[in-house]
Design a protein around this ligand. Structure first.
Ligand SMILES: C[S@@+](CC[C@H](N)C(=O)[O-])C[C@H]1O[C@@H](n2cnc3c(N)ncnc32)[C@H](O)[C@@H]1O
Length: 275
């Protein structure tokens, strides 16, 4: 019954332009209309029925036979907090100081924006999902944090030379090659001279393994409302795009070199770039 309700909710809430249901403008409306004391819980519940953020919910439920109640939602909330805290401490903090304006590209519910904000002058988290931006405002707000709704085709909301540091985790796998190339060029434009980029990019030796799933997402209305596509890339291609975008590659390593963050980012590739 719980499963049926979750699937039904995902379906009727629908998605807009290639995003899952959290991209629907009804979501912020729903959260705004909810009395303040229930908003935090509702934001967690909405993240809980999205496939992107609370990724261990279903697995945990299956393993333990538990229903998705407050207990599991809170567990995922704290797992996200903890894993983004580790990413911030180990991978981002060495590049930040209190004079810096930082961009969190594809910020999702804002756990990483919040973790990085204590070391920066300001953090802007941007995401194309209007619903997740609202969840970030509820769950991960801060005096020097601002969440901005982004666009699918570029970063025109931000002027040239605006940021000292841009980082992005678990986002590029959702962009096709054209978008990936476009956003790296956009990073170059909005980054100050000498600025740095830290980006997580999953690398696989056979990028075609996901074509079938992506075709489903593109062609099937139900899939489109629930999932967003995944793109895996080959290392030579990624290195070529980095070079063509005008960046210098400073460092390239596996996340596991510095962290054990409890999700697949640890096992994947991190690139540090300089403008
Ligand atoms: C798996 S989540 C990762 C969230 C966050 N970076 C983290 O690590 O917790 C991927 C996010 O990328 C966002 N996204 C996908 N395409 C985007 C684009 N073109 N511009 C900005 N955000 C995008 C999605 O809406 C989603 O919130």
């Amino acid at each position: 019954m719980v499963n049926l309700t979750r699937t039904f909710l995902r379906f009727i809430l629908g998605g807009v332009s290639g995003q899952n249901f959290l991209g629907n403008p009804v979501i912020p409306l729903l959260l705004n209309l909810t009395p303040a004391k229930f908003r935090h819980k509702l934001a967690l519940q909405l993240l809980g029925i999205s496939p992107h953020y609370f990724i261990y919910l279903d697995k945990d439920r299956i393993l333990s036979g538990q229903k998705v109640g407050s207990y599991l939602l809170n567990q995922e909330h704290y797992r996200n907090k903890e894993s983004r805290h580790k990413i911030s401490e180990k991978l981002v903090k060495p590049f930040v100081n209190k004079d810096m304006d930082v961009l969190d590209f594809g910020c999702g519910p804002g756990y990483l924006s919040c973790a990085v904000a204590k070391y920066a002058k300001s953090v802007i988290g941007t995401d194309i999902s209007i619903g997740v931006i609202k969840c970030a405002e509820i769950l991960n707000s801060g005096k020097n944090i601002k969440y901005v709704l982004g666009k699918m085709n570029g970063l025109s909301k931000f002027q040239d030379n605006r940021f000292d540091l841009i980082y992005t985790f678990a986002v590029f796998q959702h962009l096709n090659d054209l978008q990936f190339e476009k956003f790296l060029r956009e990073f170059k434009r909005i980054l100050k001279p000498g600025g740095k980029v830290i980006c997580h990019i999953p690398i696989f030796s056979s990028p075609s393994i996901n074509e079938l799933a992506n075709k489903r997402v593109e062609s099937n209305i139900l899939y489109r409302r629930i999932y967003i596509p995944m793109y895996y890339r080959k290392l030579d291609y990624v290195l070529k795009v980095i070079k063509e975008s005008g960046f210098t590659l400073l460092n390239h390593y596996l996340g596991s070199k510095y962290l054990d963050c409890g999700d697949d980012i640890c096992k994947q590739h991190i690139f540090e770039l300089s403008n």
